[in-house]
Design a protein around this ligand. Structure first.
Ligand code: DX5
Ligand code: ZN
Length: 232
């Protein structure tokens, strides 16, 4: 069943990499909705993070929904490995290769939900003719590669455009980059339902002090839901 209510997806890029299983359990126990994972190739973005083996290793610790945002170009040679690693959603960047449609088909053939990520300069119109083939659009609100960057306000209008294009279709709108309790209301009002947050979830907490994760998650959720309630 499709659900457009607000979902908080902690990006484990800001977690303790030496303790990923416990970090995932901590944020899930503290009420997050999805777990967002950020593989990077040192080529599409200027950073290297994790590959399919690590994704497979954390799979057993994820009880909610494992959302895998590939910052890899070309993505296609690695889709099968990330699917076999147990991804629930695989998101590929529209800029990662000339055959976006083929990549999305491949993801769905493997029984995984398919997302399209848009760098900030990429218009929403790239998905206009493939709306039946996608489960999520990810509107980047920073340049991908690193956590802790500042939210880009002009992306709020882009989220609004994506929301208008999607209409009643069962397609999530995700935002990623600089999301916290201050920026969440803007993107929620514009139509985003999946809010990725790394710094704003993991800041100040640890597996020994997980309540801080819970407070951080609740603050983002309340801010977003509060803004929606005012609209209604
Ligand atoms: C960056 C990643 C993000 C990142 C967000 O390229 O896609 O998921 O972890 O980090 P914050 O929430 O700190 O901006
Ligand atoms: Zn991400």
């Amino acid at each position: 069943m499709f659900d457009r209510s607000i979902k908080i997806a902690p990006s484990i890029l800001s977690a303790d990499f030496a303790n990923l299983g416990a970090e995932i359990r901590a944020v899930e126990d503290q009420g997050c909705d999805w777990i967002h994972v950020d593989p990077m190739d040192g080529h599409f973005v200027p950073n290297l993070t994790i590959g399919p083996n690590v994704v497979a290793a954390i799979r057993g610790h994820v009880k909610t929904f494992m959302d895998v945002h590939l910052m890899i170009a070309p993505a296609e040679p690695y889709i099968e490995a990330f699917a076999k690693a147990g991804s629930d959603m695989i998101t590929v960047h529209a800029e990662a290769g000339p055959h976006l449609h083929r990549s999305l088909q491949r993801i769905r053939e493997l029984g995984v939900k398919a997302g399209v990520a848009l760098n900030m300069t990429t218009p929403v119109s790239v998905i206009e003719h493939i709306l039946d083939g996608i489960d999520m659009v990810l509107v980047m609100t920073i340049n991908p590669g690193f956590g802790g960057q500042i939210f880009t306000r002009s992306m709020v209008e882009k989220v609004r455009q994506a929301r208008a294009m999607i209409g009643d279709r069962p397609i999530h709108i995700q935002v990623d980059g600089g999301i916290d309790a201050n920026t969440a209301p803007m993107v929620a009002k514009a139509g985003a339902d999946v809010l990725v947050a790394g710094t704003a979830v993991f800041r100040g907490g640890s597996v020994e002090n997980p309540e801080t994760y819970g407070e951080n998650i609740t603050a983002i959720r309340r801010a977003a839901e509060g803004a929606l309630a005012k609209l209604a």
